[in-house]
Ligand binder design. Structure first.
Ligand code: GLA
Length: 725
């Protein structure tokens, strides 16, 4: 039993593999948070509510007898706006009287095996009912009739709890949700570093670590997507925690739109974290009887440092987020045409790519942007998803047949949420693009965004995509999204509902993705947004891999991949060998082997010598596929901490294999280079594939190996593979 309710003390205790999460039904049915941290066997925590206070400035409830109870000071399980809690609040509902005072109290609860799916939203799923238990706590605001259900799912074999919130209008008057965060977590400590991932196009997911300070610190997106700029991930790490030791709490929102994570450290030295949809660009009208479901937050607790947190995210995402055949089955090794030829191709060029790619051992050709409408550059045709037969003479079917006959599978690129002003679709339906009346639309990459909140628009795009995908044997789809949303509004929403636009857009995108993945369950999807601008768990639910960045420079990629690996597994990180010549082709491959691996160059321009190298790289890709895709990641030298080298390893779950990668970013000042490996079995003996030398796991992890004689010039790299004997 991972969820226990102590009916005497009225305490809920949620136990994952390594953590406990405890809260209580307090006097007057307030829900009070008591503990979240390393697993504890007992629940004698009721004194934890007490933090004292300075009387008149911290409002209280006269009916509560307990000493020093105040929603402003007491750790609240789900903080509400306007009823005595002045800290960041998770919930605010404006009622028909016009005020937004919100105050939900416990009504009832149920505990059951399994996990509910969230209506219209991606979320973790179970492979069997036994994997998790769920607690639903029904709360009510008795004044307004808002019924708010706090949903917790507890995983028995992972240090993971998921949380979401459902709001139902139980009154007979309309209510307006102003904010509904998916979780609220309280700590009676402030000795944390906050870790988060910021970035931009070509430099996604840069790690930022800062000590918590009194006041509010936050990361948000209001760009309409989770964005390059901030990832919907935040961690609180004990200030003494490192990559390998100490407590770290990770939070990742399963959502691809505007999000917010706010952390407030108050004057009583407590820390509150809330995470969910960004309220700044959100509002939702709930008519009587209607229900609103928030997205889900995945909460991970690690007692084994940042690395332990990452491995827990990787495990749960591989097993319980990714879906369908490609979550487990070996994916075809692809070559993507984009960096090889951009828009400049025709059927003959694609066939020549396929022929050359086949010679090297590549298994799939992906034809990127430029195959549809009149698209020869980025000025036109998004929305016109029919084949440009001037380019692909004989049509798509004929091209795919030729590629298939060579022995390659075929993949294609779409950007379904966009519309070019220069397109047939825009001329026919100018009001289908996202816009607000009487205001000029901003343009970005020569394009507008199409209004995914509208069903008629989604139907049209679905039909166009369906025609292409059902008429042709297409194995892979790259789903792109190349701008953010400004002038956010829909022609179909009345003035009161315009505030719902952003969330409706995200729900619309999810619905379209759902229709495509249901109609074509064997299609391998790769998400993309100008590289990794929508690298979030919401997208991973539909596409098991996401193009990590348009930056394919192997050295600059290191920070991007390190940052991404904080919570996303390597098997989801789109990583290709390109023609970028900053480092040799070996280093480009060694870096791309961290992720999905593939090629993105003109294969006709690969020299004979490099062709032989590519063949060897592909052999390695096959050989190491399982350890990379299903093994545990250990980050050994971080490019965020070391200016000279980066290193990481994958260790198979049975600890029989290890693949180690080391890259020189810049010739180190100190030549000596020892590596102490991680995650091996100390009692096993491992053979170095290259030298035949045998070492114990204990030796490898404690004494380590001396790599001082390895090439340490700029951009040099090496792989080392060890197998237990
Ligand atoms: C984005 C993607 C690229 C490529 C182009 C095509 O920038 O990240 O990989 O698909 O769009 O326009």
């Amino acid at each position: 039993m991972s969820i226990l309710f102590d009916s005497e003390k009225k305490i809920f205790k949620l136990d994952t593999s390594d953590s406990s999460y405890v809260f209580q039904i307090f006097e007057e049915n307030y829900l009070v948070h008591l503990y979240y941290g390393a697993k504890i066997p007992d629940n004698n925590l009721t004194a934890n509510y007490y933090r004292g206070w300075f009387a008149s400035f911290c409002p209280s409830n006269a009916k509560v007898k307990a000493d020093c109870f105040s929603p402003d000071v007491t750790p609240m399980e789900y903080s509400c706006e306007g009823a005595g809690d002045f800290r960041v609040s998770a919930l605010a509902i404006r009622n028909s009287d016009g005020n937004n005072v919100t105050d939900v109290r416990y009504v009832s609860h149920k505990i059951y095996k399994g996990k509910p799916a969230l209506e219209g939203l991606p979320s973790l799923h179970l492979n069997s009912e036994d994997e998790a238990e769920t607690l639903e706590v029904l709360t009510e605001d008795r004044t307004t009739g808002a019924l708010v259900t706090l949903i917790y799912t507890v995983f028995e074999n992972y240090p993971v709890i998921t949380r979401s919130v459902k709001v139902e209008n139980g009154s007979d008057a309309r209510m307006d949700i102003e904010r509904v965060y998916s979780c609220c977590v309280e700590y009676e400590r402030t000795d944390f570093n906050m870790m988060h991932l910021y970035g931009k196009w070509l430099k996604e997911r840069t790690l930022q670590v800062r000590h918590l300070a009194h006041g509010i610190q936050s990361v948000v997106s209001k760009r309409g997507s989770s964005s390059h700029n901030h990832n919907p991930f935040v961690a609180l790490a004990d200030e003494k925690a490192t990559e390998d030791y100490g407590e770290v709490y990770g939070f990742n929102l399963v959502y691809s739109g505007n999000f917010s994570a706010e952390i407030e450290v108050d004057a009583f030295n407590s820390t509150r974290l809330i995470m969910g949809i960004n309220p700044e660009s959100f509002g939702w009208i709930l008519e009587p009887g209607e229900v609103f479901q928030s997205p889900e937050v995945v909460m991970v607790y690690s007692g084994e440092g940042v690395g332990g947190m990452s491995r827990a995210f990787h495990d749960i995402y591989r097993n319980n987020l990714l879906r369908g055949k490609w979550a487990k089955e070996k994916r075809p090794l692809l070559i993507n045409s984009w960096e090889g030829c951009y828009f400049d191709f025709d059927d003959e060029k694609m066939v020549s790519f396929a022929r050359k790619a086949k010679e090297m051992g590549i298994e799939m050709l992906v034809m990127d942007d430029g195959w549809f409408g009149k698209r020869n550059d980025d000025t036109s045709s998004l929305g016109d998803w029919f084949v440009n037969e001037d380019k692909l003479k004989g049509g798509l079917g004929s091209l795919i047949k030729r590629v298939n006959d060579i022995g390659l599978k075929f993949g294609i690129w779409f950007e379904p949420e966009m519309i070019s002003p220069e397109s047939k679709l825009y001329k026919e339906h100018p009001d289908w693009c996202v816009h607000v009346n009487d205001r000029e639309n901003s343009i970005a990459r020569q394009q507008y965004v199409i209004d995914m909140s509208r069903k008629d628009v989604r139907d049209n795009i679905f039909e166009q995509m369906y025609a292409i995908l059902s008429d042709n044997p297409i194995d892979y789809l790259k789903w792109d999204f190349n701008r953010n949303i400004s002038e956010a509004g829909s022609a179909l929403l009345d003035s009161e509902h315009q505030k719902e636009f952003f969330h409706r857009f995200v729900l619309g995108t999810y619905e379209l993705m759902d229709r495509i993945t249901s109609a074509f369950p064997d299609l391998l999807m790769e998400n993309c947004s100008g590289g990794g601008g929508r690298f979030d768990p919401g997208m991973l639910y539909y596409s098991p891999q996401i193009w990590c960045s348009d930056n394919t420079d192997p050295i600059e990629r290191l920070t991007i991949q390190f940052g991404t690996s904080l919570c996303y597994p390597g098997m989801c990180m789109g990583a290709h060998v390109s023609a970028n010549n900053r480092a040799g082709i070996d280093t480009r491959a060694n870096v791309a082997l961290w992720g999905t691996f593939g090629y993105e160059l003109d294969p006709n321009k690969v020299s004979d010598e490099d062709k032989e190298t590519v063949k060897k790289q592909i052999e390695k890709y096959h050989k190491y596929y399982d350890v990379i895709h299903f093994g545990d990641l250990y980050r050994i030298i971080s490019p965020f901490e070391n200016h000279y080298r980066s290193a990481w390893s994958y260790v198979s779950k049975d600890k029989n294999e290890m693949l180690f990668t080391s890259v020189v970013m810049r010739r180190p000042e100190i030549s000596s280079y020892f590596v102490r490996f991680k995650g091996l079995d100390k009692d096993k003996y491992y053979k170095d594939e290259e030298t035949g030398e045998v070492y114990s796991g204990a030796l490898l992890m404690n004494a380590g190996l001396n790599f001082t004689n390895k090439d340490c010039s700029d951009g040099a790299s090496f792989l080392k593979y060890f197998k237990a004997i």
